[in-house]
Ligand binder design. Structure first.
Ligand SMILES: [Zn+2]
Length: 442
């Protein structure tokens, strides 16, 4: 008999005369007693996953890597990565991102850092890796594009980065559903509409003959419904690869991630998806979400779903998670929330059972997203590494700091992001700036 056998799913104790105690409190006592869970108890958690997909166009792809290590030959530095890539106009961008994105993210992580520092720099490394992948794919001259939702799980810390509309939700043990991503859809995201328009794109619907506007909002040129993606070489640079990044720490009881392409979310709400598979093991849960989507809407698009349970290793979320929970109406959506520009680190103290939000940022401005917090009083004579491509540059190679000439800053403390000439060009194009505008006179 283990601890969970002594109470039923309603949280009642069948062997104790004590008054009713919330389930989360009971589990908390038990976990604390066992010394399990928490950020220092990484070896005490289990990551279990299931995947399911039905292809209509064959443009959705998964990435599942449960055996990554940050430090070579050091199993204690292990982490897992899950990703969904929903391609459009062909599969090459999705396949390219699946192949290279993680490497590009890891190349932006400084070597020789500890676990806390790695988790702190990870959001920035994700931004650099997404942009580098986009630049490299565009060099191939192919026209396809892809959404990307990439989730890094290290201990109880979950970091999700995404462009496009492949959503990731977190169903915490206490039945609260939070959304880890933002849908970069022009139709639903007014901030993105404003950004695209300010960067030189036009937003509007398709016009039929006779002037009748149909379908969702799209940006022109290109006609894409998404405002962010990797690839899309033939669409304006205002379709940016800069991901929304959110980092949270799970409570000791763990939680369930559902990562799925828009084929699922066009049919199911976040709450419906979570509810359709509660109480099921991950493998079956993924199948149930796809099945529920089919039941509701039929196969209209590629429907791809990953379910990942991060749970204390000696316990099963199945027995601890109530199938029906009165808290499920507490859908907490961060959709539409403005990005935090002044103070990017959010530390919300949480009680046991709640998800602690550590970081969230969705700005498309690279200088903000890649700025370093360190400052150096040394004269800047040595090479400087580009914050995107990670290639070392010397000052005479045209390094810029936040868009200004490197040399003009040479006597000041350096704070900000460093970009090589090529990456600076990309950054300017994304922001709708044309560096050679002064050439266009009369
Ligand atoms: Zn560069």
């Amino acid at each position: 008999m283990n601890g969970t056998d002594t109470r039923d799913l309603g949280g009642r104790s069948t062997s104790s005369p004590e008054p009713l105690v919330p389930l989360a409190t009971l589990i908390g006592r038990e976990l604390r007693g066992n010394g399990g869970g928490g950020s220092d108890g990484c070896d005490k958690l289990a990551v279990k996953y299931g995947k399911s997909a039905l292809a209509k166009r064959g443009e959705d792809h998964f990435l599942i890597k449960i055996d990554c290590v940050r430090v070579a030959d050091d199993p204690s530095s292990s982490f897992s990565v899950f990703g969904i890539f929903d391609g459009h106009n062909g599969v090459s961008a999705a396949l390219f991102a699946k192949e290279y994105l993680l490497d590009h993210v890891m190349s932006a992580v400084p070597s020789g850092i500890g676990r806390d520092e790695w988790l702190q720099v990870l959001p920035k490394a994700l931004v650099a890796g997404f942009v580098k992948t986009d630049i490299e794919f565009q060099r191939k001259g192919e026209v396809s594009g892809t959404t990307v939702t990439l989730v890094v799980i290290d201990g109880w810390t979950i970091t999700a980065a995404s462009v496009g509309d492949s959503r990731c939700i977190l169903d915490s043990h206490e039945g609260v559903i939070s959304i880890m991503t933002v849908d970069h859809r022009l139709e639903e995201n007014v901030e993105e509409r404003e950004r695209v328009t300010a960067s030189g794109g036009e937003v509007g619907r398709l016009n039929l003959c006779g002037g009748q506007a149909v379908g969702p909002l799209r940006c022109w040129p290109g006609g894409l419904c998404l405002s962010r993606s990797i690839g899309d070489t033939d669409v304006g640079e205002f379709i940016v690869p800069v991901p929304h990044v959110k980092q949270v720490k799970l409570p000791n009881a763990g939680g369930r991630l559902i990562i799925a392409s828009d084929g699922i979310w066009d049919s199911l709400s976040s709450e419906e998806a979570a509810m359709s598979c509660r109480g099921l093991p991950a493998e079956l849960a993924a199948k149930m979400v796809v099945k529920e989507c089919l039941r509701k809407s039929g196969l209209k698009d590629d429907t791809t779903c990953l379910v990942v349970d991060v749970i204390p290793s000696e316990h099963s979320l199945l027995t601890m998670m109530p199938k029906n929970n009165q808290n499920t109406n507490k859908l907490r959506s961060i959709f539409g929330k403005r990005s935090l520009s002044s103070n990017k680190l959010i530390n919300r103290q949480s009680s046991f059972g709640a998800v602690e939000e550590i970081f969230e940022e969705g700005s498309a401005m690279l200088a903000e997203r890649l700025a370093t917090t360190e400052s150096s009083s040394k004269p800047n004579t040595g090479p400087i590494r580009c914050a995107i491509c990670q290639i070392d540059q010397t000052p005479d190679e045209g390094v810029t700091i936040n868009g200004d000439s490197f040399l003009s800053h040479s006597s000041k403390k350096v704070e900000g992001a460093f970009f090589c000439a090529d990456c600076q060009k990309k950054k300017d194009a994304m922001e709708g700036k044309r560096p050679n505008r002064q050439m266009i006179t009369s």
